[in-house]
Design a protein around this ligand. Sequence first.
Ligand SMILES: *Cc1c(COP(=O)(O)O)cnc(C)c1O
Length: 431
Amino acid sequence: MNIARSIELYARASALMPGGVNSPVRAFKSVGGTPLFIAKGTGSRVYDEDGNAYIDYCMSWGPLLLGHADDDVVRAIADAARDGTSFGTPNRREVEIAELVIARFPAVDKVRFVNSGTEAVMSAIRLARGFTGRDKIVKFDGCYHGHADSMLVAAGSGLATFGTPDSAGVTEGAARDTIVVPFNDIDALRAVMDRDHGSIAAVIMEPVPCNYGLIPPRDGYLRAVRELCDRFGALLIFDEVITGLRLAPGGAQERFDVRPDITTLGKIIGGGLPVGAYGASTEIMAKVAPDGPVYQAGTLSGNPLAMAAGIATMKKIDALNAYDLLEEKGRRFDALVAPIADEYRGRALILRLGSIVCTYFTERTSIESVDQVRACDMKRFARYHAEMLRRGIYLAPSGYEVGFLATAHTDDDLADTAAAMRESLAAAFGS
Ligand SMILES: *Cc1c(COP(=O)(O)O)cnc(C)c1O
């Protein structure tokens, strides 16, 4: 495989940007090798600067439910751009997208658009504190909520007392107000709530963690978290930046029928442009400026291009009946990989939830906790990743990342992918 242009660009990039990238995992540090510079994408494919084609399962880390450069989305962006790219005033498209989002998410009566998932989470946390008058936030080990200081916190020693900074530059003060507990362990959350409930503003979670492998919630777990929050007067924040518009039109809250108090959105909602959003009941959102005392603003928030991309994406999802289509593709994928999964049972595990897939190198036959993901063989994943890449399959460059099916993946793509998986697993296990 000739990747000379990517190698040359990466050398230049490395002299100009930390790690040569604008987001760390793109640097291929956990799989080794040179990050590919992608020149273009269409449908299920991306093409690097040397012209190599790949069937893509990273899909920009989730936003591209429809695949790359969907005609309707591109046209909507171009149409919007011709009318001007930003005004810093209210615009018609903000109203249209807000109507579409509120119609989909059962727990959202009002919504505010921002520019990233990180910003959505940061604002949701401020809102939860402003609404409850409490300071502490409970998060779950292994759940990712973007890079706001209070979310870059790891579990402290002992029984989930204070968090400790998980990044240089995060103060002890910021970490002190975040409590970290294990996911899928209701007793751990109950213990923290029993002790600290008077000071806990909110519990924030990915209802289905997708940033530390894919960890399906145990039956009844989300409902039990909801009940604890109700009992102790803490708000429940579902970070649906990945799951929203992916697991169902109304995200995990619809799929599992559990209503959070505040919902954060991102990724698919922007159709590939930088968008995030947070929403809640009318009562909670009344606290947001200019209606209320919780300040939050953005020069480019509600940007007409981004709104247009999100609107076009949601309309096309409806027109395609995308969730049924993706479930169908998912079943086809299951059928193709079932014999491979059988052959590698005890060495590799392939999980799928809707259009989210994950391959773990583990002897286990199910995954329920972050510790089980931590114990997976990430060196083996790195070999597998390189082998898949050589066979024209682009996976996210880390064993902690999931893969995404898009409506653009064809039956042939799935068959080619399964064939590549068989060969790549054999190579990764050196057989
Ligand atoms: C990607 C992600 C974020 C952060 O979104 P950015 O747009 O990268 O800032 C937050 N929460 C979850 C669950 C995510 O997957």
